[in-house]
Write a protein that binds this ligand. Sequence first.
Ligand code: PLP
Length: 388
Amino acid sequence: MTRIYLDYAATTPTHPEVVKEMLPYFTDAFGNPSTIYSYGQEARAAVEEARGRVARLLGAAAEEVCFTSGGTESDNFALQGVAFANEDRGNHIITSEIEHHAVLETCKFLEKKGFKVTYLPVDDYGLVDPADVKKAITGKTLLVSIMHANNELGTIQPLAEIGKITRAAGIYFHTDAVQTVGHIPLDVQNLGVDLLSLSAHKLYGPKGVGALYIRKGTKIASFLHGGGQERGRRASTENVPGIVGLGKAAELAGHELQSECPRLTALRDKLIADLRERIDHTTLNGHPTKRLPNNVNVSIDFVEGESILLNLDLEGICASTGSACSSGSLEPSHVLLAAGCSHERARGSLRFTMGRSTTAAELSKVLEVLPPIVARIRAISPLLKKKG
Ligand SMILES: *Cc1c(COP(=O)(O)O)cnc(C)c1O
């Protein structure tokens, strides 16, 4: 059975050209970039070339890019690093209720260390209101952290507007852009951010490597203590093959953005329309247009997301749900609930995230198999009976 992968927000396959570019750095060019003989210098040059490639994708300067072990570390580094380095200026952080756990759990940790955190609500589309950011700022606010696009809903936040507010208030602004870097055009100057997290495996690079953009002049405490790598900000011998892979992935993404964005947007809008037409009681989660080009998130009433996922898996189709069991917790997704979804709707949520190899034919296959699956589940559903 050919598999249809529609979970690109969870991870992406490493691009063959990325793998090809990484391979020599495991074997022939294995040197430690901190050594002065040519082996080491070869590795050093590769790391610096990758840094330039990532910087170009972000509109940043190369020295503003710090490599990390992924999106989670970048988020931890940004929040903890800015909080601990600027304690003399205040103790207040502003974020949103729909952030990734890498941000939310770091905020909870910082609360235990004495910081105060405001968790801003979102509207029914999952949008943060910049006016709420402005209202939440106090004389003690150090940092605002609002994600660029939500990994579940796909909703894209008005970062540039928020950036103007933080800039005027002289407050640091961080964004988790793991879902947008390499997927939509972005520029750290236009967004007005001081720190930005990204992860290679969400943009066709390898797992276990990412980066944090740190605007020049930002006061931030180093994250890993040890050697002086990454300008003293993150000790540990560089993950040279991983960094080379991230650099190549960033370069490829830069080339493909212009054609991929409109192609995926058209597939997205058609899939949303077709799902709503063919399956009654289906609603779109997230914003209809301020939305990642590759994200479709719908709630199908009177069914459980997990039952649908298991049935789709039997047909070779990989998707995701914000419902409880699949994510290993008892509560449905905090994101869907924050965006005004009832528990019932959240349980029937289904997310398809598309990518470079997604075709219209694959989506036709989904539309062929999904309605009968839903009909079968509804026929035996206690949820439907309850409604009468
Ligand atoms: C995947 C993801 C992360 C975590 O990145 P890792 O590299 O897997 O640690 C953080 N934030 C968002 C929005 C994500 O989608």
